[in-house]
Design a protein around this ligand. Structure first.
Ligand code: SF4
Ligand code: SF4
Length: 332
């Protein structure tokens, strides 16, 4: 796309940028409940917007899982997207997945998996469990070559990720129609992702030819200027330049597909946000008091306004960015 054509919004706040284009951001029908079960993770990636790591203590309890499941049964939300941290490290992960599988309207359960957890001692059961429960896996692999992956995620992570992908393939992932394995690319620095379709073709060619790996789709996701990535930008004196890049690349065509329109983000204590990024910024929904998912009337969500900030430019830059990848086709 031609970013020069949208320069007029550079320097404006996100809400002003929307107004400049006569756009409004409101919730549509809720199709996805994205549950962040906590900050526990076996890795400490440079770009992590959650500040997750092995020493974090925040994790969902059985009681909170049950309260969320009870609320969910009263809705018609068809997809539950489990994220973290490494969500599989939550003590009640297995219970959560099994219970979700028994809820009539929940058609798709997604596990946002960092791949390395599949090979950690104590998690030998995990890959088979996910396959048996027909859980869709969305896995991070920021490059098809070792150098970039290890720089961003830690030494040895590429080899470990490759072994995990090969294991998932052997279990039928990306080889059977009901076992979906999607990959996520995010840039290894302060630049926007390349074209998703072209990069997916590169990934497919390189991973298949060199390592025999199959996957379904590649999502390109921009790095958000929050959490550990914002700290890294600030430390290197590059935060302002990255914000400038995001603002100058504002793409009004991305607004209709933003994930905050159809996703409800729920935290490990059951609290509610418009998206996982707002969750990490503490932008919890309030109505006189902070709101939890069990306070909500599922029939009243559509049409509600969305809490915005300048970090939202991370979702609207270039081809746009969401948990499902780019929002606008090349040239849009
Ligand atoms: S980016 Fe993902 S895998 Fe890396 S530390 Fe954060 S939650 Fe863990
Ligand atoms: S950061 Fe969240 S609220 Fe802002 S545009 Fe992105 S998804 Fe929507």
């Amino acid at each position: 796309m031609d970013t020069a054509a949208i320069d007029p919004v550079a320097g404006l706040s996100f809400s002003r940028a929307l107004a400049t284009h006569s756009l409004e951001l409101r919730r549509a029908r809720t199709e996805i409940l994205q549950l962040n079960v906590g900050k526990l993770c076996d890795l400490t990636c440079v770009h992590c917007h959650v500040n997750a790591g092995p020493k974090r203590k925040e994790v969902i309890t059985r009681q909170t899982v049950d309260r969320i499941l009870n609320w969910l049964t009263e809705t018609n939300i068809p997809t539950v997207d489990i994220t973290g941290g490494a969500p599989e490290m939550a003590p009640d992960f297995r219970y959560l997945v099994e219970e979700l599988r028994s809820i009539r309207q929940v058609e798709t359960v997604i596990d946002r998996c960092n791949l390395t957890i599949l090979l950690e001692p104590g998690y030998e059961w995990l890959a088979e469990f996910l396959a048996a429960q027909r859980v869709k896996i969305v896995a991070s692999l920021p490059c098809y070559q070792p150098t970039n992956v290890n720089a961003q995620r830690g030494d040895g992570v590429f080899d470990c990720s490759i072994r995990a992908l090969q294991r998932l393939n052997r279990l039928g992932y990306a080889r059977q129609p009901d076992l979906t394995l999607d990959l996520v690319y995010n840039p290894n620095g302060d630049f926007l992702p390349p074209d998703q379709t072209e990069l997916e073709a590169d990934y497919k060619r390189e991973l298949k030819q060199n390592l025999g790996i199959d996957f379904n789709r590649l999502y390109t996701i921009a790095n958000m200027p929050i959490g550990r990535f914002a700290a890294w930008l600030r430390h290197n004196g590059r935060l302002d330049a990255y914000m400038d890049l995001l603002m100058k690349s504002f793409n009004p065509a991305s607004i209709s597909g933003l994930m905050c329109r159809n996703t409800l983000s729920v935290g490990w204590r059951g609290e509610v946000y418009d998206c996982d990024f707002n969750q990490q910024l503490g932008m919890q929904w309030r109505k006189q008091k902070p709101l939890f998912v069990w306070d909500l009337d599922p029939g009243q969500l559509e049409g509600q306004s969305i809490l915005m900030g300048n970090h939202c430019f991370g979702c609207t830059a270039g081809a746009g960015s969401s948990c499902g990848g780019a929002l606008v086709a090349a040239g849009g």
